[in-house]
Design a protein around this ligand. Structure first.
Ligand code: BTN
Length: 324
């Protein structure tokens, strides 16, 4: 743990209290001058401290930062999010995550950026990633599982992120649109892009990208997205600390992944179905081969979307674009 992170941890454990420079230097294992230097650095990053002679420092305000220190301070997971690479601006966190994974990055590593200038969505679409407003992150995992089950991890991610959002913003009810979109009040709040590297039908690693619209105002979205996208701030009326949501996601993902690897897909399937935006709706499915119209009636045991057409025939859809 670095010094800044140890300082932030100390204030997290003693909210609203003064902590003396001496106590901080003891807790962090560094000199009082080093404490002062790091407090000044934190001030430059937007943290506000009150400093009172003989009492020490009190943390008054935490910026909405996605720095590694801020995310790691108070993170209770074992693997997910334990290694974080945070950037100001990148082209896409997906590419950096692939590079890191190819160089042996540990399971649970997260690449996160404040802004992307080449953010990628599914089907080669762009992902709008304005500065300071959203969460743009890619998570590397290395589950020992057959390639055929990999799409289940997109559904698992959707469940894990829905729970994290509802934990941090309880006034919001999240629904999942198959396979990879999270919706609030019928508008998109989060997209998931799962990419993988595999050998001989076994997964080598997965890069799971999530883009969450957190503190966007309507004016932060291009006009073309106004009727289809929303943000947690627009929906809840208040701004959200992005680091808190990243921490909640790490916890939620770690729990869901452990349960899934131990017990299989059944519980994810149930939770996905219970929070689905898609089921019961008439949908048009497009993929390379064909176009099907029918009602979405459920998820198969393996995670395929079951679409029943007018003749009562059930189609299993694994990867496609969906229109409602
Ligand atoms: C979609 O809905 O089409 C998926 C969007 C995924 C966006 C995220 S943002 C973080 C990561 N980096 C990217 O370039 N894309 C994913």
């Amino acid at each position: 743990m670095n010094i800044k992170q140890a300082i932030l941890n100390a204030f997290r454990e003693h909210p609203d209290q003064f902590i003396s420079g001496e106590e901080l230097s003891r807790n962090c294992g560094c000199s009082r001058t080093a404490v002062w230097k790091h407090i000044e650095e934190l001030r430059e990053e937007g943290y506000q401290f009150e400093a009172v002679r003989k009492s020490g420092y009190r943390l008054l305000n935490v910026p909405d930062s996605i720095s590694a220190e801020q995310i790691l301070s108070g993170l209770t997971t074992k693997k997910i999010g334990r290694h974080i690479y945070a950037y100001d601006t990148v082209e896409t966190t997906q590419r950096l995550a692939h590079e890191a994974a190819a160089q042996g990055a540990e399971e649970g590593t997260i690449i996160i950026a404040d802004q992307q200038n080449g953010g990628k969505g599914r089907m080669g679409r762009p992902w709008h990633s304005p500065k300071g407003a959203g969460i743009f992150m890619s998570l590397i995992i290395r589950p020992d599982m057959p390639l055929a089950n990999a799409p289940q991890l997109t559904l698992l991610t959707a469940v894990a992120m829905s729970k994290a959002i509802e934990m941090v913003v309880p006034s919001v009810k999240v629904q999942i649109k198959w396979p990879n979109d999270l919706f609030v009040h019928g508008k998109k709040i989060c997209g998931i892009l799962t990419e993988l590297n595999a050998e001989e039908n076994r997964v080598n690693y997965l890069v799971i990208g999530t883009g969450v619209n957190v503190n966007h105002l309507l004016s932060d979205f291009p006009e073309s997205l106004h009727s289809i996208a929303t943000s947690l701030r627009i929906e809840s009326g208040s701004s959200i600390q992005r680091a808190e949501l990243v921490q909640a996601y790490c916890r939620s993902f770690e729990r869901e992944l452990a349960f899934y690897l131990e017990n299989g897909f059944a519980r994810i399937r149930e939770e996905w179905e219970a929070n689905s935006y898609t089921l019961g709706r008439v949908v048009k499915v497009y993929n390379q081969q064909n176009e099907i119209e029918g009602r979405a009636v459920g998820l198969g045991l393996d995670g395929a979307l079951l679409v029943e057409d007018a003749e009562g025939y059930q189609h299993q859809v694994y990867s496609a674009d969906l229109d409602y």
